[in-house]
Design a protein around this ligand. Structure first.
Ligand code: COA
Length: 144
């Protein structure tokens, strides 16, 4: 992350007015848009403009990091990893993620698991709608 990026980007809880923008970007990146609530999200902003977002999805059985996205022009500057690290900080001790980019989440400390709460199977099935095979979909876990 370069110095300018570091001082210009603020990560904070989302507000209600952020949700339409988050939803627009999340849909355009084919991310999980199930049961969206602004209260689940944190946002990264540069001069008040949203450049990235992510959420904690809470199920009775577990907590999942989901719907992490960074605007294309802001990628590869450390914003995505900063969002994930902040979500980890505010999450309970056991956190899951279901993804097709395991290397990215591995950088935040997640490890692939073969056994996971049944509710996450829904997310695995969602990824398959986008033509990902079982071998390309990873459920990962981090224990703080
Ligand atoms: C995935 C995404 C959030 C990453 O955001 P980003 O701001 O570009 O990520 P960062 O700059 O923080 O990258 C941190 C590290 O992860 C790596 N990385 C970034 N995107 C990656 C990807 N798609 N696959 C594997 N590694 C990735 C970077 O190379 C960097 O590694 P380094 O520290 O060794 O240089 C962003 O590319 C995005 O919005 N993609 C589309 C939506 C998506 O796939 N979301 C995840 C759904 S669960």
């Amino acid at each position: 992350m370069d110095y300018l990026q570091a001082i210009d980007t603020l990560i904070s809880p989302a507000s209600e007015s952020d949700l339409p923008v988050i939803e627009l970007f999340a849909k355009s990146y084919d991310l999980d848009c199930e049961d969206l609530s602004w209260k689940q999200f944190i946002v990264a902003k540069n001069s008040d403009a949203i450049i990235g977002f992510g959420r904690l999805k809470t199920y009775p059985e577990c907590t999942e990091i989901a719907t992490v996205g960074v605007l294309p022009e802001e990628r590869n500057k450390g914003v995505g990893l900063s969002i994930v690290k902040e979500l980890i900080r505010i999450a309970p001790s056991e956190i899951f993620v279901t993804c097709v980019i395991p290397n990215f989440f591995h950088k935040a400390g997640f490890e692939t698991v073969k056994q996971y709460p049944f509710v996450l199977q829904k997310k695995v099935d969602f990824c398959k709608l986008y033509d990902f095979s079982d071998e390309q979909i990873f459920v990962m876990k981090l224990q703080k």
